[in-house]
Design a protein around this ligand. Structure first.
Ligand SMILES: [Zn+2]
Length: 306
């Protein structure tokens, strides 16, 4: 879609003091994990292994973007829903932004899970695309993890955009899950319980260092309409993946009426594993280690009609 065709809505988010955020998350995560440590640290260089991000940090004017949505995927995919990363960076008022998150891609006309990890191109920035895609080969049903060099994504994306600078971030380490919530939901519900209708958005990256996680990978677009959750579940390809996995994640505690997807996380391990994160399947063995920043704004781009 051309820039001028994409409707943009914007709202300010509540940005808590980092140390306060640490205390809130420390308490909330302790209800769901046996070992919890949340503190403010200087962001490590995230271009290094295992993260291999396209920029060193997740700081500098952080903002979330919720682009398109599931209504453009089901019951039948709207193939004309095409978004350009450089355009999205401009629309969120941060040309040349570093962007990570979870979205849908297309490689050789085939639908795929996308792990956006890209420094976009502007007048003053050269792009660097380290995105990956998880794709189901239509011929044999085998999962392939591919370098994703394209500047376009499709249908939907849940993104953190920032200047890619190193700065103060929240480091979260948890292990041994004692409760039922997945890691991301646990953080989101914790923020929701504490901040109520003041929306707090986080974006960042985390490792699943040990254990296993349930993922799904979308196959190519369904030829028949997917009219129910059961239809969608039988279309998706579910798998259990071993750690380590690098996850790219965004969440928001409260939807202020923008029809938002409140959490979305995609993950990868080099070029042999990846997909959409649901939850870990090994509560005793699992450990998570991540870095997050609170976002200043939420941008809603091309909101689907209800
Ligand atoms: Zn997904």
């Amino acid at each position: 879609m051309a820039t001028q065709e994409i409707p943009v809505e914007k709202c300010s988010l509540h940005v808590p003091d980092l140390d306060e955020l640490c205390r809130v998350l420390q308490k909330g995560l302790s209800n769901n994990f046996k070992n919890v440590s949340v503190k403010t640290v200087e962001c490590p260089d995230l271009t290094q292994k295992p993260f291999t991000l396209a920029a060193k940090g997740i700081s500098g004017s952080p903002r979330l973007a919720d682009v398109g949505g599931v209504p453009y995927l089901v019951p039948l995919a709207q193939r004309d829903k095409v978004y350009n990363f450089d355009t999205v960076a401009s629309l969120v008022d941060l040309p040349g932004a570093f962007i990570i998150g979870a979205g849908a891609g297309r490689l050789c006309t085939i639908n795929c899970e996308l792990m956006p990890n890209i420094v976009t191109t502007s007048d003053c920035t050269h792009g660097d695309n380290k995105s990956r895609a998880a794709m189901i080969c239509p011929d044999d049903g085998i999962l392939m993890i591919k370098q994703y060099d394209l500047n376009e994504f499709y249908i939907l994306g849940n993104l953190l955009a920032c200047e890619g600078k190193q700065g103060p971030v929240i480091e979260v380490k948890v292990s041994k899950r004692s409760g039922k919530e997945n890691f991301v939901t646990n953080m989101r519900e914790t923020l929701k319980a504490h901040y109520g209708d003041k929306p707090v958005g986080l974006g960042g990256t985390f490792l699943i260092e040990s254990g296993k996680a349930k993922l799904h990978v979308m196959p190519d677009y369904s030829q028949v309409p997917l009219n129910s959750d059961a239809d969608v579940d039988s279309w998706l390809k579910f798998r259990e993946a071993d750690a380590p996995l690098v996850c790219l994640s965004v969440l928001i505690s409260h939807d202020p009426g923008l029809s938002l997807r409140v959490e979305h996380t995609h993950c990868f391990r080099q070029f042999n594993e990846g997909g959409h994160y649901h939850y870990d399947t090994t509560p005793d063995e699992v450990s998570y280690h991540g870095y997050f920043v609170p976002a200043e704004y939420m941008y809603r781009l091309d909101r689907p009609p209800t």
